[in-house]
Design a protein around this ligand. Structure first.
Ligand SMILES: [Zn+2]
Length: 130
């Protein structure tokens, strides 16, 4: 089982799409990290009256959530790149059927077909890949 879905040429095309995606995500993650570090450095020293701490924490939480979301996406893209190397890209990890090509074009990092995806994690796509 483990059908090879794409030709070498097609896999090379998906690989360059995924590599570009990974590069963009890495850049965004670096920027997020820099912003988080910068914000920590720029806090005024006498900032202990407690009034704005909650607001700053909330902002930081948003950034951290964004950073984690991007890190998860990057891991999914890297897993997809590995499947390109293995020649199993575009094949559902759960059922072994071909993943719909519209779905792949929308989200090349998809590891599962729509049926398996929604069966595994109803409504929680972001925790879906492993
Ligand atoms: Zn499937």
């Amino acid at each position: 089982m483990n059908p090879v879905r794409f030709s070498e040429e097609a896999l090379a095309g998906w690989k360059s799409i995924l590599l570009a995606e990974a590069a963009g995500l890495r850049k965004a993650i670096d920027l997020d990290r820099q912003q988080l570090d910068g914000r920590a450095d720029s806090l005024p020293p006498a900032f202990d009256d407690g009034r704005d701490d909650a607001a700053i924490d909330a902002l930081r939480d948003i950034d951290v959530a964004e950073l984690e979301r991007r890190s998860t996406q990057l891991a999914e893209v890297e897993a997809a790149l590995q499947r390109v190397e293995d020649g199993t890209f575009g094949v559902c990890l759960s059922c072994g059927e071909a993943i719909d090509s519209q779905r792949l074009h929308a989200a090349p990092q998809s590891a599962r077909c729509i049926g398996c995806q929604s069966a595994a994690e109803p409504g929680r796509a972001e925790f879906s890949s492993l």
